[in-house]
Write a protein that binds this ligand. Structure first.
Ligand code: CTP
Ligand code: CA
Length: 223
């Protein structure tokens, strides 16, 4: 197996992937979350492992099986994902942030179940810290890849995230499109790199999309 390792394109490389949604607790029985099956992130982690990388998967709650040989860090909230991701960051060669992180979290977490005594319930939310942006600010040698989930102006919004978060590449997908939405086994993505190149891809399985993303990353690593 050793000699096989040496010819693998990502052998000796450390890859961190984040996947799945986060959960923001409101009281002991309720939480806020995002649509996300985790399938895209798990497919990337699995593909990176097959290419020989040492893979860390930081995952929110999903119903998926951890790909074999992948090191897992399970998290629940955006704050936990932030801390875990930052703590592994320095060691990594490649970081791919696929997770659907909650943008807002409740200001107040009730320690007891909130009872239905009123007809309405107003909940105040505050912004979470942007993990990807923090990684961009702390970037040293790493190749940093983000995702952009959009429902309109896909190319412009995706490009904007590349610049704002100091990424090397951003993978955009229109989550309102058929065959590209949450929970689906396929994805239609557009890859935009720091050099300005834009590559739209047809609808692919998430496994195929994962390999295309890693191909682009390996291409960037050669330079
Ligand atoms: N992201 C993150 N931390 C957050 C929110 C988002 O790391 N608190 C990351 C996601 O993992 C993804 C990228 O930022 O890689 C883009 O997420 P997206 O929801 O498309 O964009 P946002 O920057 O959150 O902006 P908006 O939701 O307003 O489009
Ligand atoms: Ca968001």
């Amino acid at each position: 197996e050793k000699s096989e390792d040496q010819i693998m394109p990502l052998s000796g490389k450390k890859v961190m992937v984040t996947a799945g949604p986060t959960r923001e607790e409101l009281d002991p029985v309720r939480y806020f979350t995002n649509h996300s099956s985790g399938k895209m992130g798990y497919a990337i982690a699995s593909a990176a492992k097959k290419l020989g990388a040492e893979v860390t998967l930081v995952t929110g709650p999903t119903s998926l099986e951890i790909p074999s040989g992948v090191q897992v860090e399970r998290v629940i909230s955006a704050k936990e994902m932030f801390d875990k991701t930052i703590s592994h960051y320095r060691d990594q060669d490649i970081v791919i942030k696929c997770a659907a992180v909650a943008d807002y979290t409740p200001v107040t977490v009730h320690s007891n179940k909130f009872k239905k005594k009123n007809d309405t319930w107003t909940i105040e939310l505050k912004k979470t810290d942007d993990i990807l942006k923090a990684l961009g600010e702390r970037k040293e040698h790493q190749i940093l890849v983000g995702f952009a989930a959009e429902t309109e102006n896909l190319e412009d919004y995706t490009k904007d995230k590349l610049v704002r978060k100091n990424l090397d590449m951003v993978v955009g997908n229109d989550v309102s499109k058929e065959g590209s939405g949450f929970g689906s086994d396929t994805n239609e993505i557009i890859m935009i790199k720091k050099d300005g190149s834009i590559r739209p891809l047809p609808i692919l399985t998430k496994e195929q999309a994962a390999n295309e993303i890693l191909e682009e990353v390996m291409e960037m690593m050669k330079r």
